[in-house]
Design a binder for this molecule. Structure first.
Ligand code: 48H
Length: 251
């Protein structure tokens, strides 16, 4: 029995790693923008892989607003919340949402749309080609190895598009900006100005260079936009927008 448990797990996991050695789209980060992007991209029929460093979904959603278990969104995000079946109550011209419900339902819908989510995997670098400059995939490592500090080489996952949905640090774009001639600088986000941040993050969501895209708070880090606090409509709308941008580029 014990040997069968081991074989069943390693065989089926390995089969999927081999299958996902090449994808259409790799989304880095299973926070609100990444999971929203995953649902809308996967349901358009693209082979979609989400890589998440932690062993959980939702990124910054789970902490609600300073651990109060609610977050808010603007009414513009209603259609997306309805697509995901996420309940909300209107209060003070905002939609108030239960943090646990939002994390769970974003993940369920992304998976049900066909996206594959792998936990405990960190993206540490990108694959690139020059003339013309393009990002062609990512280098990944087990998060546990990353945390251990052991020197273990990563493996490579190719894709036609990589979406940086890693949040405040824009980790994928930052490593690409350091290591390849992107002519991109990641200045980091600015202090809080909620209305401006919500609007400008959506406006600036898009392609960074061929094959590399930014969504969610990574957009704020890239364009030096203000933060907005525990209001998540912009993250959802940014995730949906990047799905449309990537789909158009890949079609
Ligand atoms: C694999 C990685 C890596 C990596 C990070 O932080 P997130 O929730 O990101 P967004 O942009 O979808 O949402 C931001 C929102 O949660 C938030 O923080 C807001 C609105 N703040 C406003 C404010 O004023 O503070 O999720 C990112 C996810 C996390 O789960 C990370 O673990 C994961 O990405 N991640 N996964 N490889 N290199 N880096």
């Amino acid at each position: 029995m014990e040997a069968e448990i081991t074989r069943a797990i390693i065989e089926s996991a390995s089969e999927e790693w081999v299958e996902f050695a090449e994808s259409d789209v790799i989304i880095v980060g299973a926070g609100p923008s990444g999971l929203t992007a995953a649902k809308y991209i996967a349901e358009k029929g693209f082979k979609t892989l989400v890589l998440e460093r932690r062993l959980s979904f939702g990124g910054g959603i789970g902490g609600g607003g300073m651990l109060f278990h609610k977050i808010v969104a603007e009414t513009e995000a209603k259609d997306i919340l309805d697509d995901f079946g996420i309940a909300y109550k209107e209060r003070r011209n905002l939609l108030v949402i239960d943090a646990a419900e939002m994390m769970a339902k974003l993940a369920v819908k992304a998976i049900d749309s066909g996206a594959k989510i792998l936990h405990g995997v960190s993206v540490e670098d990108v694959i690139f080609r020059e003339d013309p400059l393009a990002v062609k995939g990512v280098c990944v490592q087990w998060s546990a190895v990353e945390i251990s500090g052991l020197h273990v080489d990563p493996i490579f996952l190719r894709s036609r598009a990589v979406v940086d949905a890693t949040g405040h640090d824009a980790e994928v774009i930052s490593v690409a900006a350091r290591k390849i001639p992107l002519e991109v600088h990641v200045p980091g986000e600015r202090s809080a100005h909620s209305e401006v941040a919500e609007k400008e993050i959506v406006e600036k969501t898009g392609k960074v260079v061929k094959g590399l895209y930014a969504a969610g708070m990574a957009v704020a880090a890239l364009h030096n936009l203000p933060r907005m606090g525990p209001i998540f409509g912009g993250m959802l709308i940014s995730g949906k927008k990047i799905a449309d941008v990537v789909a158009e580029d890949l079609s």
